[in-house]
Design a protein around this ligand. Structure first.
Ligand SMILES: Cc1cc2nc3c(=O)[nH]c(=O)nc-3n(C[C@H](O)[C@H](O)[C@H](O)COP(=O)(O)O)c2cc1C
Length: 374
């Protein structure tokens, strides 16, 4: 029987040779937004290692407050030449890549500087004491977006989507997860708007997707990344039950998303009581769209459960005990693809080694790898 991890799949016009996806992981090596020349080799090595699809780390669309910080790659202006080289190298190595397009909103570091107020649905931000801790007291010092601001951000997503298509990318991923701008619209604690964007919290996300779809045509793959949790609050949720999640996801799916990339910190955790389905499982069941699940794959279990287990966790030993669980869930059709973050930073050849029965030779993730573009 074929290993469910290595069955080909077609997502619209995008044909993938296997189910293994490189999760988006920012490496912060783009001073002033210009990607370091090392990014091309960083992604090329994962393509050579036969990962099915690469999702780039978050990039900033061409809007003045989009960037997370001064080291996040831009996806506009002069940075596009480097992205052209990246997509060429990945394709030469036989891979497929989509850029993750984002706007940091009030989570941008820049938003901390009084000279550059961050924007958000209501100008409200809950910074949290530290990464992953429960959200702290509200801060209301951001700028609440006007309807013109909303139109400008949508237009910036559309320009980036068009540029991605013109450069030959295999699609785009809209970053709507982890507490960044679009997620700030989806979350009740940051979206207090009295207008239609507050009444329908998914409206902004759906309008971005619809506008990117209209600009790129019916066949250009559009992915969207979503999460319940925030970078600043791992226990936060967008929805506490399936009906609430469906209300958020249905209009976004209808707007034209081909694939939902469901970010979860541990893929084996049930999302809602009464069912073993994880977040990706529920998103698939509720929308009928294919989904990517993942989180914690190939990382040492004990450390995940009891250690310093932030998404920038300090330790991880390669181990493969999650793979059987993962294969069983794929086989049942709970979700369709699996994303690997730190495991594929540790070993660019993860997919090839696991396919060839050489999982025992996987190189473990080490925190020292972060930012090295190794
Ligand atoms: C260094 C690093 C950078 C990350 N950057 C992003 C990002 O730019 N966009 C995003 O959606 N998630 C980002 N993530 C989250 C990962 O995509 C992934 O969801 C997370 O690492 C859990 O998967 P893992 O347990 O396989 O590492 C990042 C994670 C790491 C470790």
């Amino acid at each position: 029987m074929t290993d469910p991890l290595f069955r080909p799949i077609a997502i619209g016009t995008l044909t993938l040779p296997n189910r293994v996806v490189m999760a988006p992981m920012g490496q912060g090596q783009a001073p002033g937004g210009q990607p370091d020349p090392g990014y091309a080799g960083f992604y090329r090595r994962r393509a050579e290692g036969e990962v099915g699809l690469i999702i780039s780390g978050a990039t900033a669309i061409g809007h003045p407050t989009a960037a997370l910080d001064d080291y996040e790659p831009h996806f506009h202006g002069g940075a596009l030449d480097e992205w052209a080289r990246i997509v060429r190298e990945v394709h030469e190595a036989g891979g497929r890549i989509v850029p993750q397009l984002g706007h940091a909103g009030l989570q941008g570091i820049a938003a901390a500087a009084p000279a550059w107020p961050g924007i958000g649905p209501s100008g409200i931000w809950l910074p949290g004491a530290q990464a992953g801790m429960p959200a702290g007291p509200e801060r209301a010092d951001g700028h609440a977006m006007t309807l013109d601001d909303i139109d400008e951000v949508i237009a910036a997503f559309v320009r980036a989507a068009r540029d991605a298509q013109a450069l030959g990318f295999d699609g785009i991923e809209v970053h709507a997860a982890h507490g960044f701008l679009i997620d700030q619209f989806l979350w009740t604690r940051t979206n207090r708007r009295a207008d239609a964007y507050g009444g329908e919290r998914a409206r902004f996300a759906a309008e971005i997707v619809a506008a990117c779809r209209a600009a790129t045509g019916p066949d250009f793959p559009i992915l969207m990344r979503l999460s319940q949790f925030k970078m600043t609050d791992y226990d936060a949720t967008l929805a506490d039950d399936p009906a609430g999640l469906e209300a958020l996801l249905a209009p976004i799916a209808d707007a034209g998303v081909d694939l939902f990339d469901c970010s979860q910190r541990r893929f084996w955790r049930a999302e809602f009581a009464g069912s073993p389905l994880n977040f990706a499982g529920w998103a698939k069941k509720l929308t009928g769209r294919p989904t990517i699940g993942g989180g914690g794959i190939g990382l040492e279990k004990t450390a995940l459960e009891y250690g310093d287990d932030g998404i920038y966790a300090r330790q991880a030993e390669a181990e493969t005990s999650h793979l059987e669980e993962l294969r069983a869930r794929l086989d049942r059709g709970e979700f369709d693809l699996v994303s690997l973050g730190r495991a594929i930073l540790g070993d660019p050849a993860w997919a090839r080694k696991v396919r060839d029965g050489a999982a025992g030779t996987l190189q473990p993730y080490r925190p020292e790898l972060l930012g090295t573009l190794a």
